[in-house]
Design a protein around this ligand. Structure first.
Ligand code: ADP
Ligand code: MG
Length: 350
């Protein structure tokens, strides 16, 4: 339990953060001065990512503070993972509507638990008053030339995805539509809780990203929706892709709660999965199967890279021929001039 002093000031809040933030050997000076001082070892390249979470846009308003804290760091570690980087440090900009000590303590529970799990030190930040918004930068390392870039996909590569797709989008859907799904047995309730957990507590695929660095070609983390994100890889690499709808990995919770057509739409365009999608030469199939076992992270081969400009979905199983399937949406876009006709008020976004 944390006892909140009445009406903490900005400096009380920062003191609470400072007291709980763990260090690292390479943090020469952490929270407390005008800026942090960090030891940058020679022979490595620094990788920097930043992501903001706004209340009601990137997480539903009823999200627990600890889950907001976890997710704010997780989405940034996911970006580092997609570059193949080893995370080291982060900074945290917090905009809070009130000076709420217990809220901050809950937030730090989630944020710092994930930071500790990956040996990441919180080295600074900013604390201001305003609408609830959390902005994090994460810093990590790669050996030179090992980083995984969106521009590196090659014609003939396989397309791979970690974990499973569509859970977080289903979790959001159910969060915004109480009463769905209709069956009210304990098994369904447990599945819905599991889906919501994927939305609130994404797992950044850090170990996988590091293991892939220098070995596979292009990589991206799936934040906006598989097709939208793979379109970015196609554009950056000057290639096209075919993805087999029948090969998309699906969790038991998703197949139990969502019927097939909607499930496919959520898997391809739902977003917030924070899985790693990457392209690799076909010669790596066996090695990737072994890596999947070694890391206990499922890896599914879902597509192939060819000539073209974007991703086409084939309504068939892996490596089979079939008609093209046109999805209702490819993913989420901020400031979209042509948005989804039935937008969710609390769509999740990176
Ligand atoms: P300044 O006014 O010089 O920018 P601040 O009072 O904003 O300094 O911050 C003082 C110290 O506290 C700095 O080291 C800053 O990085 C740290 N800090 C402020 N807010 C946060 C936060 N939300 N998380 C982590 N560190 C923070
Ligand atoms: Mg400041």
């Amino acid at each position: 339990m944390h006892d909140a002093p009445p009406d903490p000031t900005e400096f009380d809040l920062i003191r609470r953060i400072r007291q709980r933030a763990a260090g690292r050997d390479d943090v020469v000076l952490g929270i407390g001065d005008d800026a942090a001082i960090l030891d940058a070892a020679p022979g490595r390249q620094l990788v920097v990512a930043m992501d903001t979470l706004n209340a009601g846009i990137h997480f539903p308003l009823d999200t627990a503070p600890a889950d907001i804290g976890w997710k704010a760091l997780a989405v940034n570690l996911s970006d580092l993972a997609a570059m193949g980087a080893e995370p080291a440090w982060c900074t945290l900009s917090l905009s809070l509507p009130e000076r709420d000590g217990p809220w901050l303590d809950g937030f730090l529970d989630g944020f710092l638990a994930l930071a500790a799990a990956h040996g990441v030190a919180l080295v600074g930040g900013d604390t201001t008053r305003g609408p609830l918004s959390v902005c994090v930068t994460a810093h990590g390392w790669v050996t030179p030339a090992a980083a995984l870039r969106r521009s590196a996909a090659c014609v003939g590569d396989d397309v791979w995805i970690s974990g499973s797709l569509g859970d977080a989008a289903a979790g959001l859907r159910f969060a915004l539509a109480p009463g769905e799904p209709a069956e009210d047995d304990e098994r369904t309730r447990a599945a819905v809780r599991g889906l919501r957990d994927r939305l609130d507590r994404p797992t950044p695929r850090v170990a996988l990203g590091r293991a892939l660095a220098g070995r596979v070609h292009a990589a991206i983390d799936v934040s906006d929706g598989l097709l939208a994100d793979l379109d970015h890889v196609c554009e950056a690499s000057g290639v096209g892709m075919r993805v087999w709808a029948g090969a998309l990995p699906c969790s038991p919770a998703l197949s139990e709660t969502v019927e097939a057509d909607l499930r496919r739409a959520l898997q391809l365009g739902g977003g917030d999965d924070y899985e790693l999608c990457f392209t690799a030469p076909t010669a790596l199939r066996d090695a990737l199967g072994e890596l999947s076992l070694a890391l206990a992270v499922p890896l599914s081969r879902i597509g192939t890279v060819g000539v073209g400009e974007r991703v086409r979905v084939i309504d068939a199983g892996l490596d089979q021929d079939g008609p093209e399937w046109v999805p209702p949406r490819r993913g989420y876009v901020h400031f979209d001039p042509d948005p989804d006709p039935t937008p969710d008020p609390a769509r999740e976004r990176d």
